[in-house]
Design a protein around this ligand. Structure first.
Ligand SMILES: [Zn+2]
Length: 292
C-alpha cells in the first residue's frame, strides 16, 4: 500500500442528546420528527463520529469527539457518555493515545475538539495525543483562539490552549495536502473556517464532512443546523462539495448520523442531492459494518 492510500475506520466517540430543533434548523418538526423521532423532551440522541485513518505509517484521528473533560452540568444537559469515549473507542481498536501521529479537525466546536485535550494524572490540562500534530484551518484557529464575544461560548479554551502551548497546533489553508493523499477543503458556513477532509482510498475518494452536513438527511441544501454561524454559506458550500463528490463518486462519512455511517450520492436534483447508504463491509479494505 502506498503512503497515499488510506484505510478508514469510523468510530463513535460518544453519544449526545440535543434538542431536535437545533439539529434541523429551519426544517419543521413535523418533517424531521418523522425521520428521527424525539423523546418527550424533544431530544434526539446522536453520535459523535470520528474516523481513524491509517496508511501503514501514520495514524490519523479525524475529529476528536467531546472527550472526557465535560463538566457535570454539560454531561447532564447533553447526556454525554461517562469517562472519555474518544480514548475508549480508540482502545477498542488497540490504538493508544501515544500511537496517534496526527489529529485533523474539521472545526473547533466542543463536540469535535473536546477530545483533543485531557486532564492528566495531576489534573493538569494536556494534549490527549502527545505525539500528534493537531491541524485545523487557519481561519478556524483565528476565530477559536481569539473569539469574537458572540463566539466565546462555542470555543472553550481548555480544548485549545494546551495544543498551542505545546507547539503542536498547526494550521492549513484551502486545498492543502496535509499528508500524502489527505487534502483539506475549506467549506465555510457551520463556522467561518470549517473544513472537510478528502482521503484517497483503495475504493476511490472518501470525504469526512464534519458539520457541513452532519447526517444523510442534511444532503438537502436547506437542511442546516441551528448552530451554523453562516447558514447561507453552508448552503453554498454544500452544493459545491456535494457536486464535486458526485462527480468523483466519493464516499461520504456523516459525523452525527444515528443510523447511516456513510453514503454515496446517486443523483443531483437542483441544489439537493440524493444519497444512498453504503454498507461498509462491502468495500474492500473497510471491514467495519458498524461503528467501533
Ligand atoms: Zn458537531
Amino acid at each position: 500500500m502506498s503512503d497515499r492510500t488510506w484505510t478508514l475506520t469510523p468510530l463513535v466517540a460518544g453519544w449526545t442528546s440535543y434538542d431536535g430543533g437545533t439539529i434541523f434548523g429551519l426544517v419543521p418538526k413535523s418533517v424531521w420528527g418523522e425521520l428521527l423521532p424525539p423523546d418527550e423532551r424533544n431530544l434526539v440522541r446522536i453520535p459523535n463520529r470520528c474516523l481513524l485513518a491509517r496508511n501503514g505509517r501514520e495514524i490519523v484521528l479525524v475529529d476528536s469527539g467531546y472527550g472526557g473533560k465535560g463538566s457535570r452540568l454539560d454531561r447532564e444537559v447533553f447526556e454525554m457518555d461517562a469517562g472519555n469515549p474518544t480514548v475508549d473507542a480508540l482502545a477498542r481498536l488497540e490504538i493508544a493515545p501515544t500511537d496517534v501521529t496526527a489529529v485533523v479537525l474539521t472545526h473547533l466546536h466542543f463536540d469535535h475538539a473536546g477530545g483533543a485535550t485531557i486532564f492528566d494524572a495531576e489534573r493538569k490540562l494536556a494534549p490527549t495525543f502527545p505525539n500528534a500534530k493537531y491541524y485545523a484551518s487557519r481561519i478556524e484557529w483565528e476565530d477559536a483562539v481569539d473569539p469574537a464575544p458572540e463566539l466565546r461560548a462555542a470555543y472553550p479554551q481548555n480544548n485549545l490552549r494546551p495544543l498551542l502551548d505545546a507547539g503542536i497546533a498547526l494550521s492549513f489553508e484551502d486545498g492543502a495536502e496535509i499528508l500524502p493523499g489527505l487534502v483539506a477543503r475549506i467549506a465555510p458556513g457551520h463556522t467561518r473556517g470549517s473544513a472537510v477532509f478528502e482521503f484517497e482510498t483503495a475504493d476511490g475518494p472518501a470525504l469526512f464532512l464534519g458539520d457541513l452536513a452532519p447526517s444523510h438527511w442534511h444532503a438537502k441544501q436547506l437542511w442546516t443546523t441551528a448552530y451554523d454561524v453562516r447558514a447561507i454559506e453552508t448552503r453554498r458550500s454544500k452544493v459545491d462539495v456535494f457536486a464535486a463528490a458526485l462527480e468523483r463518486k466519493a464516499l461520504l462519512y456523516w459525523a452525527h448520523d444515528p443510523s447511516v455511517v456513510s453514503s454515496r450520492i446517486v443523483e443531483r436534483r437542483g441544489n439537493n442531492f440524493i444519497v444512498e447508504p453504503v454498507e461498509l463491509d462491502e468495500l474492500g479494505d473497510v471491514r467495519f459494518r458498524r461503528d467501533n
